[in-house]
Design a protein around this ligand. Sequence first.
Ligand code: DOR
Ligand code: ZN
Length: 345
Amino acid sequence: MTERLTIRRPDDWHVHLRDGAMLQAVAGFTARQFARAIIMPNLTPPVTDVAAAEAYRDRILAALGEGADFTPLMTCYLTDDSDTEAIAAGHAAGVFTACKLYPAHATTNSAHGVTDILKLTRVLETLQRIGMPLLIHGEVTDRSIDIFDREAVFVERVLTPLTRDYPALKIVLEHITTAEAAAFVTEAAHPIAATITPQHLLINRNALFDGGLRPHAYCLPVLKRETHRLAVRRAAVSGSPRFFLGTDSAPHVVGAKQSGCGCAGIFNAPHALEAYLKVFEEEDALDRFEGFASEHGARFYGLPLNEGTVTLVRGAAEVPARIGEGDTAVVPFMAGETLAWRFEG
Ligand code: DOR
Ligand code: ZN
């Protein structure tokens, strides 16, 4: 039995670090495990221009303090009025790594998102030309579509024509949850990849209703049925360079989750690597863990692989029931459970 696993330092290709007190509370968990992370721009107000992204990057680095070896990779939140030239200039200047497309009202702080992808024609032509990745929250927002079907319908109605119309546009379909999304990304003759979260690999929609309503298992895209979880797991451990780690760690203060209208988001940063490793071990795919965690994402983004390594060791690790206090009290993913691996650093 493998007792220690040392891999190249990994990256998190999708994380919400928030701002203010919550940023102070959570940034260290991501920086402890990952060398770089794609920082989601859905603050209030959203990060839509270069100045806001630079200021946010500085706040992240300040929250981590001197000597932190962590690089935040900033993203631009697309709106119906996005400034194409400014985005391209921000990319050329090294501020924006990618653009994030939230369909309006698809999820937390997406009210300023895009109401119709046709409004993005100039932006998309430019991203395709300059090789800047488009990161997509892939769910339709049509209220008449069942919430469990919104990703599959997005793949059919939006993603399929998008890849046809922009054949060279680099796309990351974020936090995939369905067999349809996994199949599309696997098979498309297109520069497309997908991030996968630990929760969509480890639990299915039954976890939302396990003996009662479970707000801490609620995220968007919502957990799906078991057949989808198994399809997403197969994709993650397949070794395909199109699938890589993106936690979608999304902290909300405990009162905002345990509420009559609880927020979507699972805070998984504290034990992210250990949770992913559980999946790769169960699938007898430890040899593919490093590719998924540390290589596929960087290659897709055209960034260098990290130097240095991290080590995980076998040994019980308890996930705390709660982390932080007051306006930063959060319940982590797998709270109260025992993990079989421990992150050594
Ligand atoms: O569950 C989610 N939480 N999904 C998202 O897309 C956004 C995120 C958040 O910002 O809380
Ligand atoms: Zn997210």
